[in-house]
Design a protein around this ligand. Structure first.
Ligand code: ZN
Length: 245
């Protein structure tokens, strides 16, 4: 089975379209969406429509999806994020809000050996920011392949006989996922990368080959920025896309 893995799209239609254009010729059977479909960007309804068009899809909700759907107050949000969330909530149609409301809390089991979550398997809102966080998250995994998002930074951690490992995700390398080892994988953010590389990030998991690959693809950053400004969203949300921070 080949999975397209995408997360933290954040209503960036330009980035999502570039990802789909890059992934579709390679091919995939099913899409895994790791939450934060909306928030920050100017195309919340259109991004949900695109995902709908993909058909075979499993998704979990992110913190921005919960706030946009009205399930949660943006208490932990910065002022800019709060303004973005208020704009998103007013821009979403009733049907798109209902779609976000129905998204399940992670972790969600995809198969016997694969699960997806937004933050960590033990708490959907927690961040994996360092190796201690990664160890705690790995110990919370119920399956040997766990994909997460939320930090907007690609990272692959492993746990084998109690020892934590870290795999480099750079330059579209195919990483081999060994049997008997638990992996915690972040394929980066589609719509708001924060690792200093402004290109959109996505993952391709091939469970037959036992590999995962983090891809980076350039997209129309200027177009996404122009849409954010035209929508009246806060300027920092446009500016940061060019820096990938
Ligand atoms: Zn996010």
């Amino acid at each position: 089975m080949r999975y397209l893995v995408i997360g933290d799209i954040h209503a960036n239609l330009h980035a999502l379209d570039a990802v789909l254009a890059a992934a579709q010729p390679i091919g995939f059977d099913h899409t895994l969406v790791l939450g934060d479909l909306v928030g920050y960007g100017a195309y919340p309804n259109e991004v949900i429509d695109r995902l709908h068009d993909l058909g075979s899809l499993s998704a979990v909700r992110g913190n921005h999806d919960k706030v946009a759907a009205g399930l949660e107050e943006p208490e932990e949000f910065t002022t800019v994020a709060r303004e973005g969330a208020a704009w998103t909530a007013s821009a979403l149609t009733k049907a798109h809000k209902a779609f976000l409301t129905a998204l399940p809390r992670g972790p969600v089991a995809i198969s016997e050996s694969l699960e997806i979550c937004h933050g960590t398997p033990y708490d959907e809102d927690e961040y994996v920011l360092d190796s201690l966080d990664a160890l705690r998250a790995l110990r919370g995994c119920s399956r040997p392949r766990c994909f997460y998002a939320h930090t907007h930074v690609p990272a692959v951690y492993s746990l084998h006989s109690g020892a934590l490992g870290y795999l480099e995700t750079a330059s579209n390398n195919a990483l081999t996922l060994e049997p008997g080892i638990t992996y915690l994988v972040n394929v980066g953010s589609v719509g708001q990368p924060r690792d200093g590389d402004p290109r959109a990030a996505f993952g391709l998991l091939d469970t037959d080959a036992g590999t995962v690959r983090v891809h980076r693809v350039p997209y129309d950053v200027a177009g996404a920025q122009a849409a954010i400004r035209a929508a009246g969203l806060p300027e920092p949300l446009a500016a940061r896309l060019a820096r990938g921070r």
